[in-house]
Design a protein around this ligand. Structure first.
Ligand SMILES: C[S@@+](CC[C@H](N)C(=O)[O-])C[C@H]1O[C@@H](n2cnc3c(N)ncnc32)[C@H](O)[C@@H]1O
Length: 239
């Protein structure tokens, strides 16, 4: 089984770094042994809109959740240990993040996780309609310069794809500590005809949802005085 690299796909590309420092021995070992076993195989990615999540796992799960851009994976690794009956898929193109995640889960049960070390959109485009219960996008890259806003992962084109793979009533869960990006994402999601913001009051977007797992990135932002905004949108029928 082989895993796809971004350079294999001329249409979509990942912005940002693929690797920073060299991997530590424990990261490299986990990367070399676990990635070939847990990655979504290439042939599964070449079938646009027809990939079933159930075909990726050896067992059936009660729900399927996707985390896009999981960084070093502390949110994902906590979830997959806590909910062994849920199947998780994590997408992260950054090699050091993927290696850290794989090292952290190596000696724990990990039958309920599959990973994609590339642009999440190559996976999202391959997945079939209404197969995912929750999509997490935590602290997406903010791309602060106006000319780079088109690179922001929350945009109408990508939302169409996220909504397509979400089950009815499924949730898109987003967090950021960048106020301008939070506003952008609220606007983008609110104008989407098949998404409904479930917030009733400011409290709902200012306080973490129950059992929220804080990432290292979010912890750092909070210790530097930046507050997270928590946004949960539910897939509804189009207006
Ligand atoms: C600011 S970091 C946040 C990491 C993590 N979610 C957290 O909260 O700690 C954004 C992450 O998104 C990843 N990313 C950016 N574009 C992506 C894409 N198209 N598909 C998957 N991951 C992506 C980056 O590699 C990076 O690790």
């Amino acid at each position: 089984m082989t895993c796809k690299k971004s350079s294999d796909n001329p249409v979509r590309r990942v912005f940002g770094r693929r690797q920073s420092r060299p991997l530590r021995k424990s990261q490299a070992e986990a990367f070399n042994t676990l990635l070939p076993v847990l990655c979504v195989p290439d042939d599964a990615l070449s079938i646009d809109g027809r990939l079933t999540v159930t075909s990726l796992f050896k067992s059936l799960f009660t729900e399927y959740q996707l985390e896009i851009g999981f960084g070093s994976g502390e949110h994902l690794s906590t979830l997959l240990q806590k909910y062994p009956k849920i199947g998780f898929i994590g997408a992260e193109p950054f090699i050091n993040g993927m290696a850290t995640f794989l090292r952290d889960i190596k000696d724990k049960p990990h039958d309920n996780i599959r990973v994609h070390m590339d642009d999440a959109l190559t996976l999202v485009h391959a997945l079939c309609n209404t197969c995912i219960d929750k999509i997490y996008i935590l602290n997406p890259d903010p791309w602060p310069k106006k000319r780079h806003h088109k690179r922001r992962i929350i945009n109408q084109e990508n939302l169409n794809q996220f909504v397509r793979i979400l089950k009815h009533g499924g949730e898109l869960i987003i967090a950021t500590d960048v106020d301008d990006l939070a506003e952008w994402m609220v606007t983008q999601c609110s104008i989407h005809p098949e998404l409904e913001w479930i917030a009733m009051s400011a409290n709902d977007w200012k306080t973490p949802p129950k059992e929220w797992i804080e990432t290292r990135y979010a912890f750092k932002g909070r210790s530097e005085g930046r507050n997270q905004t928590f946004l949960i949108f539910k897939k509804t029928l189009a207006n």
